[in-house]
Design a protein around this ligand. Structure first.
Ligand code: GH3
Ligand code: MG
Ligand code: MG
Ligand code: MG
Length: 315
């Protein structure tokens, strides 16, 4: 029985490691004043292709956390000059929650009270020295997995299931932030509403699955037609919305025309059929209005684009 269960454990760990391997971007920060122990940890972690950064004490670790993005896990020693592990964990916890950043404290076997203090100050987990390599990997992987799971759940709540674009709720909450920041800097903001033309016909002629395919394809075209800094969302059924900053009216017209013609000229393949669709767009360009007012006016422009014959934009 024992053999069976430990084999099962190993299988489980191997599966987790394979998953981590596929994700080479996991960043880990190792904090320890002993260079040789640090090198040992780094070697273990790099064997699993994790991206490892190092610091010799808490102070240096905080500097690295400030300048680097995307660190998911900090593994820290307790006893270090300048700033020890407990102080580092407390400082990190003021900025990062347990679900944003995993922290594993390392304590000596001789000091059992220390493990409790590490956890109390905000560590997700601890490892006692000396440890088995197998246990080390298990704890690392479990902690990374937990962080990534929470991140994935969080991200999926912001996104629309069909297209992977931001959903309407997140478009508005992120949009308000972007809008407010732009206004503080006296930057103009543009809001765009767009809608697929005669989309009912697509559903009626080719079926609902083809309709879904079209929505996904249009989403992809839009995503590659806007910049990283622009906010793109699925507003509803076959309607999308975009918020752009740092653009002037002329450039806005260029973007709208580019999106319109990209959708028109991209054939969409569904099963053995090839179809194509067009979109109509409405946009407003302003410094002073609220986000909701801009969206409403963009929607009114979209209506005029539809009235004017579709496959066009109105600003
Ligand atoms: P118009 O050019 O005036 O926009 O015409 P339209 O046919 O696109 O008009 P309307 O906006 O009324 O139709 C939208 C249709 O989109 C109605 C709805 O059944 C369909 N729809 C909404 N969401 C989805 C979806 O997720 N998948 C599919 N396949 N169809 C959807
Ligand atoms: Mg030490
Ligand atoms: Mg519609
Ligand atoms: Mg439509």
């Amino acid at each position: 029985y024992l053999l069976k269960s430990s084999l099962h454990e190993i299988d489980h760990v191997a599966a987790l490691v394979r998953r981590i391997h596929r994700n080479c971007s996991v960043k880990v920060l190792v904090v320890d004043d002993s260079r040789s122990f640090r090198n040992y940890l780094v070697k273990l972690l790099e064997q699993h292709r994790l991206h490892v950064l190092q610091a010799e004490n808490g102070r240096v670790a905080l500097d690295i956390m400030r300048s680097e993005t995307g660190i998911e896990l900090v593994i820290t020693d307790y006893n270090m000059p300048e700033m020890d592990g407990l102080a580092l964990i407390s400082a990190l916890r003021q900025q990062y929650s347990r679900s944003e950043l995993a922290i594993i404290g390392i304590s000596e076997l001789s000091s059992s009270a220390l493990s409790a203090r590490l956890l109390k100050s905000g560590a997700n987990d601890f490892i006692t020295k000396p440890f088995l390599v197998e246990e080390f990997y298990c704890r690392i992987i479990q902690n990374i997995e937990q962080i990534e799971l929470i991140r994935a759940i969080r991200d999926s709540a912001l996104r629309d299931y069909l297209t992977g674009l931001y959903n309407r709720r997140h478009f508005f909450s992120a949009g308000e932030t972007l809008h407010a920041a732009a206004r503080r800097r006296q930057m103009a903001v543009a809001a765009v509403m767009l809608d697929i033309d005669h989309f009912k016909r697509v559903n009626d002629t080719y079926g609902h699955l083809a309709g879904d395919r079209v929505i996904k394809q249009v989403a992809t075209i839009l995503a590659s037609g806007v910049r990283e800094a622009d906010l793109l969302g699925r507003y509803g059924g076959e309607e999308f919305c975009i918020l752009l900053t740092g653009t002037d009216r002329d450039y806005l017209a260029v973007i709208l025309e580019r999106l319109r013609s990209a959708v028109e000229s991209t054939p969409i393949v569904h099963e053995d059929q090839t179809l194509s669709v067009t979109i109509s767009l409405g946009a407003t360009f302003d410094l002073s209005e609220s986000l909701q007012a801009m969206i409403d006016r963009a929607d009114a422009c979209l209506y005029r684009a539809k009235q004017g014959g579709r496959n066009r934009f109105v600003i």
